[in-house]
Design a protein around this ligand. Structure first.
Ligand SMILES: [Zn+2]
Length: 248
């Protein structure tokens, strides 16, 4: 112990730099093929942590303590976990991932020990990709990058992009120009013109009614009866009006 330099890839995933580089390579490949990172149960352990596990295991074997939650733990001086070279992963059940890990030097080197199927050790001489770099972000990672904050959970970036395009098209359709008398007019202009027209019609109608009432009074007729006749006439007229608007 002491003087060991380790590299933390993410919480709970820590190796010496050589093994960390190999793990990154293997994980980039797993993400590209499986769309998820490598399952990790345990990697680097401090001497003290390993000692505690070793003592718990020794007590259990001697019949003096309960079975620990972990598998057999060796003395820290023998442990590849303490050397920052070991990986425990449930992905030992996925043959293709075992193959990817092996190509990058992570070998299941304790298969002769019962209960150690999940244990991989980094062996530089077996690392067929030693020294090769990983593009931190491959194109595949970018397309599959999960975009959060959407109802129903994260979606891959490519889906988000497609959805944004669809939404933009819907907005374009909504705001499409209106054809008025063979002329294309922006929808907002058409709305403004319609508002102006409605106000003009209302003003004219008000003026006409007032004029009719004045005329009726001057003629000695009943202005209310005249107004009712006008109302009925307007209703009839409205029945015949139909609106035609072309939207592209
Ligand atoms: Zn292990």
């Amino acid at each position: 112990m002491g003087g060991l330099v380790t590299e933390r890839i993410r919480p709970g995933v820590e190796f010496v730099p050589e093994a960390a580089a190999a793990f990154r390579r293997a994980e980039a490949q797993v993400i590209a093929e499986f769309g998820r990172p490598i399952d990790v149960n345990s990697t680097y352990r401090t001497w003290a942590d390993q000692m505690r596990m070793f003592e718990d295991w020794s007590r259990y074997v001697a019949g003096k303590g309960p079975r620990p939650a972990h598998s057999k733990a060796v003395h820290p001086s023998e442990s590849f976990h303490v050397s920052g070279l070991a990986l425990d992963s449930d992905d030992w059940r996925v043959p293709r991932i075992v193959e990817i890990l092996a190509a990058n030097g992570f070998i299941r080197n304790r298969l002769h020990v019962p209960g150690e199927l999940h244990h991989f050790e980094y062996i530089r001489a077996r690392d067929t990709n030693y020294g090769k770099k990983v593009d931190d972000v491959s194109a595949d990672d970018v397309w599959k990058y999960p975009v959060k904050g959407r109802p129903g959970g994260p979606v891959p970036a490519i889906q988000e992009l497609a959805d944004a395009k669809t939404a933009a098209q819907a907005v374009r359709d909504e705001l499409a120009p209106v054809t008025r008398g063979g002329k294309r007019v922006p929808m907002r202009q058409d709305l403004a013109d319609t508002g102006t027209l409605v106000r003009q019609v209302l003003a004219e109608q008000k003026a006409t009614t007032a004029a009719l009432r004045a005329l009726a009074t001057a003629q000695g007729a009943d202005p209310d009866a005249i107004q009712d006749i006008v109302r009925e006439a307007v209703k009839d007229a409205m029945r015949d009006v139909s609106f035609t608007v072309d939207i592209e």
